[in-house]
Design a protein. Structure first.
Length: 192
């Protein structure tokens, strides 16, 4: 049913430009492949109003990494923020529901308001790697409240080029240079 699982290691190509000593690990439920089951599930979650798919996938991810979360003693899970108008149009933030499913398995609390997206950006789906990087540049604001955390879980739906996660990680590290970040996503695109 699932695509091949993501190797549970940090892909330095995806996170290029981020201080990898802060990014402790990156985990994903499956490799994201065009026209695969994973793509269908992500489309249900993002474009067909099925927030319950986010809960389901978050629970599946939680079951696969439950021991890791226990060992790393995460302070909280932080879903990647959406711009408020896009969230209003969609009705929900899919990363929040993934985090909620993950939290239901691991017991790790969710903190939603530590990252904000300050402006609407163009959809990334048809952009090149460089266009994606420029599209999200300087779009996220991170709360100073992150200074009090030691280890956080950053939650998103799919990693394609890593532009969004890279930008958010840079902002988090600017606020808290000693923080450990663990990344959780549902899918990761293969880099050929």
């Amino acid at each position: 049913m699932w695509s091949q699982p993501f190797e549970r290691e940090i892909n330095s190509q995806i996170l290029q430009g981020v201080n990898l000593s802060n990014v402790h690990a990156a985990y994903s439920l499956f490799y994201f492949s065009k026209d695969g089951v994973g793509q269908s599930l992500i489309h249900q979650l993002k474009y067909r109003g099925s927030w319950k798919t986010g809960l389901f996938l978050g629970e599946k991810l939680g079951l696969s990494i439950e021991e890791l979360v226990r060992v790393n003693q995460l302070d909280c899970l932080i879903p990647i923020a959406m711009f408020h108008r896009k969230k209003f149009d969609r009705g929900y933030n899919q990363a929040y529901y993934i985090a909620k499913g993950l939290s239901s398995i691991t017991g790790t609390p969710i903190r939603q308001n530590l990252i904000k997206k300050r402006k609407q950006t163009q959809s990334q789906t048809k952009l090149s790697r460089e266009q994606r990087r420029m599209n999200v540049r300087n779009t996220f604001v991170v709360s100073d409240k992150l200074k009090k955390f030691q280890t956080i879980g950053l939650v998103d739906d799919v990693v394609t080029t890593g532009s969004t996660l890279r930008e958010v990680c840079k902002e988090i590290i600017n606020v808290n240079r000693s923080i450990k970040i663990i990344i959780f996503t549902i899918g990761v695109a293969r880099i050929e």
